[in-house]
Design a protein around this ligand. Structure first.
Ligand SMILES: NC(=O)c1ccc[n+]([C@@H]2O[C@H](COP(=O)([O-])OP(=O)(O)OC[C@H]3O[C@@H](n4cnc5c(N)ncnc54)[C@H](OP(=O)(O)O)[C@@H]3O)[C@@H](O)[C@H]2O)c1
Length: 173
C-alpha cells in the first residue's frame, strides 16, 4: 500500500490560520483535491473530518484519528475510528487497498510524515505569518519529482505550484 499526503501550504509553511480554517479560496486547488481524492480511502484528524462533513461522496472511505469514542455523522459515509495514525495505517493496510491519502490536519501531518511514501503539495505563493504549520519538507529526505506552475487567474487570486515529492532514498530504487 502506498501512503500519500496531500496538502496546500503557504510559502511560510502554514496550512491554516491560527484559529484553524483554510486562509484562501482557490478553486483550482479545490478541484485538484477533489479529483485526487475521488473514490479513495482518506486518513484524517478529527478536526479536519469535522470541517469536511457534507463534502464526502459515497465512494470515499474515511479513517479518522480521534481519542473520542464516536464522531458526528456525515450524510454520505460512515467514518471508521482509529486511536493513532499508526493504527489507522494498519487498518487500511489490512483491508487490502492500494492507496491511502493523508488529508491532515496539522497534527496528523506531523504524526504521519515519517510513514508517508509521497507528498502532493500545492505551494500557495503567499505568506500568512502565523497559523498551523506543515512539517518541514527536508531536502535530505524529499525531492521534487514533478512540478507544475499554476499562475494566478480570474478565479485564483494567488499563484501556486503543484509539487509531487518522492523520497530521496527511493530515487534510484
Ligand atoms: N491546507 C491544507 O491542505 C489543510 C488540510 C487539512 C486540514 N487543514 C486545516 O487544518 C486544521 C486542522 O488541523 P489540526 O492540527 O488542528 O487538527 P487535525 O489534525 O485535523 O485533528 C486533530 C485531532 O486529531 C486527533 N488526534 C491527533 N493526534 C492524535 C493521536 N496521537 N491519538 C489520537 N487522536 C489524535 C484528536 O482528536 P480528538 O480531539 O477527537 O481526540 C485531535 O484533536 C483545520 O483548520 C483545517 O482546515 C488544512
Amino acid at each position: 500500500m502506498k501512503v500519500i499526503a496531500i496538502a496546500a501550504v503557504s510559502d511560510d509553511g502554514f496550512i491554516a490560520g491560527p484559529d484553524g480554517g483554510i486562509p484562501w479560496r482557490l478553486p483550482r486547488d479545490t478541484a485538484h483535491f477533489r479529483q485526487f481524492t475521488e473514490d479513495q480511502c482518506l486518513l484524517l484528524g478529527r478536526k479536519t473530518y469535522s470541517e469536511m462533513i457534507g463534502w464526502f461522496r459515497p465512494g470515499h472511505r474515511a479513517i479518522v484519528v480521534t481519542r473520542a469514542g464516536s464522531l458526528p455523522a456525515d450524510p454520505s459515509i460512515t467514518p471508521e475510528l482509529a486511536t493513532s495514525v499508526q493504527s489507522a495505517i494498519e487498518k487500511a493496510e489490512r483491508s487490502g487497498i492500494e492507496r491511502l491519502i493523508v488529508c491532515g490536519g496539522a497534527q496528523i501531518y506531523r504524526a504521519s510524515l515519517e510513514l508517508v511514501d509521497e507528498l502532493v503539495i500545492t505551494h500557495v505563493h503567499t505568506q500568512i505569518g502565523a497559523g498551523l504549520a506543515f512539517p518541514s519538507i527536508s531536502e535530505s529526505d524529499w525531492y521534487p519529482a514533478e512540478t507544475e506552475p499554476w499562475p494566478m487567474d480570474a478565479d485564483n487570486s494567488i499563484a501556486m505550484t503543484l509539487t509531487h515529492y518522492r523520497r530521496v532514498n527511493r530515487k534510484f530504487a
